[in-house]
Design a protein around this ligand. Structure first.
Ligand code: F6R
Length: 364
């Protein structure tokens, strides 16, 4: 049931601190500061390359994870949407791990990609939320998300749980390949364990986000910008807004603005900038200022320090807790979900059952 929430989507957004904690419990040994897998003796040490395949929101989780696999494990990562992957001629050499990511575990294109990779001799890991699903059954390494049933068509809690599992998997791969010191492992465990409280901190901004939803609800087009792991978050923000509010939205890598999309900017286009303070902050802010100089209405999502440094001239700001960059993608998922939700409610759309969409896409 929806409990005391108006929609399943809102209920599921609010469940995130609990289900992420539940998911992390299966991958972290907090007693001895270790990352582990549900199948502890699964050997990852010979993995030379990772191929990540998924669709929609699950694909964006994979896109975030690419940064982690490269950074922690130093393995090359190939990443594609399933509907493209299966119709090109991907090169899958020995020692490859294919990671499929799927809430339902039944998405037709993703399942076909899994089967193709298997026939090419790849090991298969499946990050899925439905443990009885086809992908769960066909994988060598089942990596469950413990999000519980997701009813709202727009994926929310499954996404943050996927991120939690993928961060733990990246750390496990790094460890198996001898690329992770004990101190680094301990730090990763510590940062991941901070995610549930940080997600609660992000949820505390719900009313403020609701109050600014009108700016976005009145728009015809909306842009989302981010760099690094905030770039997939920008894509996810745009997808959430499109699918439930029917407003045209696009996500861009902030540095790509000047290569075309900046031509769209005028005072009718809200631009949501996702920029936690950190190494890429200054770069994103300078892209944001280019938007402001052309009259764009910026909504800045950052932490207190980021908003102090760059909040001037924005039409609104959303303050997130200050978190380690590893968990920022989980935390910053919350405001983009809530913004899409409140805009959709303001527009009176069917939030849980948006038009033309199905929860599980079992045809290609
Ligand atoms: C967006 C959304 C979809 C799914 C996609 C993949 O909110 O829910 O984009 O993420 O259809 O579905 P799964 O994860 O079940 O493979």
């Amino acid at each position: 049931s929806k409990g005391n929430h108006r929609h399943y989507m809102l209920k599921e957004i609010y469940e995130q601190p609990i289900v992420v904690a539940q998911t992390l419990r299966a991958y972290l040994q907090r007693m001895d500061d270790q990352v582990t897998l549900p199948i502890p003796d699964f050997d990852l040490s010979a993995i030379k390359r990772v191929t990540i395949v998924a669709c929609g929101t699950s694909f964006y989780a994979g896109m975030v994870a690419k940064y982690w696999f490269e950074q922690f494990a130093r393995v090359p990562v190939d990443l594609d949407v399933a509907s493209e992957f299966r119709y090109r001629a991907p090169v899958m050499e020995e020692g490859g791990l294919m990671i499929v990511i799927s809430q339902s575990g039944e998405t037709a294109d993703t399942l076909a990609a899994l089967r193709h990779a298997r026939s090419e001799g790849q090991k298969i890991a499946a990050v899925v939320n439905v443990p009885t699903s086809s992908m769960a059954r066909e994988a060598d390494l089942l990596l469950p998300t413990h999000a519980g049933p997701e009813i709202g068509v727009a994926s929310t809690k499954a996404f943050t749980c996927q991120l939690a599992v993928l961060a733990a998997l990246a750390a496990n791969l790094a460890k198996a390949k001898g690329k992770l010191s004990d101190a680094e492992e301990k730090a990763i465990v510590k940062h991941l364990a901070e995610a549930p409280a940080a997600l609660n901190g992000a949820l505390a901004y719900d009313e403020a986000i609701q109050a600014m939803a009108g700016v976005v609800a009145a728009a015809r087009d909306v842009l989302y910008l981010g760099r690094g792991t905030d770039y997939p978050l920008a894509l996810e923000g745009a997808l959430k807004l499109k699918e439930i509010s029917y407003i045209h939205a696009e996500g861009y890598a902030a540095g790509e603005m000047k290569h075309g999309p900046i031509a769209l900017i005028d005072d009718a286009v809200p631009v949501i900038v996702i920029a936690p303070s950190g190494p890429l902050f200054e770069k994103t802010v300078s892209n944001m200022q280019e938007v402001q100089a052309r009259g764009g209405k910026v909504i800045l999502i950052s932490d207190y320090d980021g908003i102090e440094a760059a909040g001037e001239g924005t039409v609104a700001t959303i303050t997130m807790p200050k978190v380690h960059p590893l968990i920022a993608p989980l935390v910053y998922a919350v405001p983009v979900q809530l913004l899409a939700y409140h805009v959709a409610v303001a527009k009176g759309t069917d939030v849980d059952q948006p038009r033309n969409l199905a929860k599980s896409v079992t045809v290609e």
